[in-house]
Ligand binder design. Structure first.
Ligand SMILES: *Cc1c(COP(=O)(O)O)cnc(C)c1O
Length: 365
């Protein structure tokens, strides 16, 4: 069988070393004689794991002492609801910066719980980040929400917006732990784990203490950050195995040199792909503005800006024959999308880029 290189957007590739650890630990977790899958969430074994993973998050991101770290059920979209449920009561309104499908979805969810202002111009084409000077920010907003990396459209922030003291809330689902982040500039950071730091079922949430205690009375307890801080993320039975895998991935990141190293690799890997796109004289076309191009998800078309259906199909078919899989673009965008998360190695990206070069040479006149 041909060696598989998984460029899927999520659930995405996990590091091979992490699979080796999971295999070893699956039926006998830390010499307990049983699997973590059948261990009590109130046991000392799980409490230790819970504490260890919080510590590795704190070390990797240099999380200041006045922030709490939570592992919650419901994934990224659970937090789309949790954000307004926990914060919007402060003033009744919230600002949403909409730069792609995910931030649009977050804004839509928030409308159930209060007044939502979309501060960016309406557009169907998400191909960049509108200049900050054009955002209509409300100084009275409870918070400003951004999505730091739009997984579907491939739009990534390379800066932290200035919200003039209004708490900044960021969905980092698809670029969590891909680079250093100054946590102190954010009120809340959250993300589902299954893109860059683990598997589905858990959201990692980092929340500044002064933003606790504002939940709406209707907020379900399992989405209430304050309740979950008091319960140390063990309010009910948490998605323990997903949390465990996330922990092992974060320890792997640490062992590989931490976020500085991940960032260096992300730049290298994504540059290889963007460079062949640029060199192809329009044969490959990346729609996103250069200053907002994602280092995690790279959407592109083949043949023209609109894409040539037959060429794109041929590209995907040839890619699969070489083991390069899950490269089909999201149905809303079409074309091709290569996701180059932490677990995707430089060597794998080189295989993809070589294929892109060969395919271009074969089809360009
Ligand atoms: C995948 C994704 C989500 C949704 O995550 P779920 O865990 O499936 O709810 C939210 N935001 C971003 C940026 C994503 O990539």
């Amino acid at each position: 069988m041909v060696k598989i290189h998984n460029f899927g957007a999520g659930p995405a590739k996990l590091p091979e070393e992490v699979y080796e650890i999971i295999k070893k630990e699956l039926t006998n977790y830390e010499n307990s004689g049983i699997s973590l899958l059948e261990t009590s969430h109130r046991s000392g074994t799980y409490l230790k794991l819970n504490t260890e993973i919080q510590a590795v998050v704190r070390r990797l991101l240099n999380v200041p002492d006045n922030y709490k770290i939570l592992f919650l059920s419901g994934g990224g979209q659970g937090e789309f609801a949790a954000v307004p449920l926990n914060l919007i009561s402060r003033t009744g309104t919230a600002d949403y910066v909409v730069t792609g499908a995910w931030s649009a979805k977050a804004a839509k969810e928030a409308k159930k719980y209060g007044k939502v202002n979309v501060v960016t111009p309406h557009t169907e084409r998400y191909e960049g980040i509108p200049d900050q000077s054009t955002w209509k920010l409300d100084p009275n907003a409870s918070y400003v929400h951004i999505c730091t990396n739009e997984t579907i459209h491939g739009v990534e922030f390379d800066f932290v917006p200035d919200t003039k003291g209004v708490p900044l809330v960021a969905d980092m689902s698809s670029n969590f732990m891909s680079k250093k982040v100054d946590v102190s500039k954010f009120g809340v950071i959250y993300g589902g784990a299954q893109k860059n730091i683990g598997t589905s079922g858990v959201a990692l949430v980092i929340v500044r203490e002064d933003l606790l205690n504002h939940a709406l009375p209707i907020c379900p307890s399992i989405l209430d950050w304050t309740v979950n801080v008091k319960a140390d993320s063990i309010l009910n039975t948490p998605p323990m195995f997903a949390i465990y895998i996330m922990g092992r991935v974060l320890q792997w990141i640490e062992s590989k040199g931490g976020l500085e190293k991940m960032a260096e690799l992300a730049t290298k890997k994504s540059s290889l792909v963007y460079n062949i796109i640029e060199e192809s004289n329009g044969f490959y076309y990346a729609p996103v503005a250069k200053n907002a191009r994602s280092k995690m998800n790279i959407p592109f078309r083949i043949g023209s800006a609109k894409g040539d259906d037959a060429l794109e199909k041929e590209f995907l078919k040839g890619a699969e024959a070489l083991g390069l899989i899950q490269l089909k673009g999201h149905r809303d965008v079409g074309g091709i999308r290569a996701s180059t998360y932490n677990a995707v190695t430089l060597e794998e990206v080189e295989v993809l880029v070589k294929y892109m070069r060969d395919f271009y040479n074969k089809h360009s006149k």
